[in-house]
Structure formats: C-alpha cells, structure tokens
Design a protein around this ligand. Structure first.
Ligand code: CMP
Length: 139
C-alpha cells in the first residue's frame, strides 16, 4: 500500500554535507520526498522525540548528539515506504549494515548513524505529526 514514513538526516550527515547524497538514495529507491525541512532541535524537543528511550543508558548521548548540529526532517512516501526506507538505511549499527545501505556507506557509529526512520505505521504517524502540519505534506 502507499505509505508515508518519517526520516531524519542526523547531525553527523548534515555536518559532512551528505543531505543530497542521502536524499538521492531515498529517491533512487522509489521514495518521494513529500515534505522536508532543515531545523535545529532544542534539547527539550530531542528528549521528547526520543522519550521512548529515556531510560536507556545512551539517552543522554543520543539527545546531546541530536542537538549538536542541524538536522533535516523529511516525510517519504511510496509503496511500503516504512519497510523500504529501513532497507535503504540498513541496520542501526553500521557494523551490521548490508553493503550498499546508507549506514554501511556513511554512518560513523551506532550513535552517529546518519539517519533515523520510523519502525511502524503508528510511530510514523506520531513522528510525522511531531514535526509537520498537514499543510506541509505535499504529495
Ligand atoms: P534511531 O533510529 O534514531 O533511534 C534511536 C537511536 O539510538 C538509534 O537510531 C541509535 O542511533 C541510537 N542508539 C542505539 N543504541 C545506541 C548505543 N548503544 N549508543 C549510542 N546510541 C545508540
């Protein structure tokens, strides 16, 4: 089915000028960018967005990293967009990522792993609504 998923190009990638290269990976996979903006997260916003991880040992490191540089938040649309995006990203830890994936090619570590993508339809809807109004989604 035609789906939408939420994507973040993380600080390690924006810092290295990889916004275009990563966006091209999405487009080459048949995902359409229906919304996109470059923003600077506040620490409070990062803590709220990653609230599900608040008791994890890496929460502080994760949230500090996500505010260290601007990020690019995007909504990607396509057939099975959630799974397709996860395939294009590769495994969370670049050491485990398949050849040809974004994280294999660009990620620096499990924390500085270049991209985030929603893991399920419910989280995709939540994450899209966290950053975008309906008027900003242009299919
Ligand atoms: P993401 O998809 O953005 O969702 C949660 C993030 O936590 C994940 O990608 C990783 O970048 C990060 N993460 C997971 N495990 C670790 C870890 N052990 N150390 C630092 N960051 C981690």
């Amino acid at each position: 089915a035609l789906e939408r998923t939420f994507s973040i190009i993380k600080p390690d990638a924006t810092r290295r000028n990889l916004t275009g290269a990563i966006t091209a990976r999405f487009e080459e996979a048949g995902l359409r960018v229906v919304a996109s903006k470059r923003i600077q997260l506040s620490l409070a916003q990062a803590q709220e967005f990653y609230g599900v991880h608040k008791d994890r040992p890496f929460f502080g490191e994760l949230t500090e990293f996500m505010v260290s540089e601007p990020i690019v938040v995007q909504v990607l649309e396509g057939e099975n967009a959630i799974a397709k995006n996860r395939d294009v990203m590769g495994a969370t830890n670049p050491a485990d990522a398949d050849a040809g994936t974004i994280r294999k090619d660009y990620a620096l570590s499990i924390g500085e792993n270049s991209v985030h993508g929603s893991d399920a339809p419910e989280t995709a809807a939540q994450e899209i609504a966290f950053f975008f109004s309906g008027l900003e989604l242009v299919g």
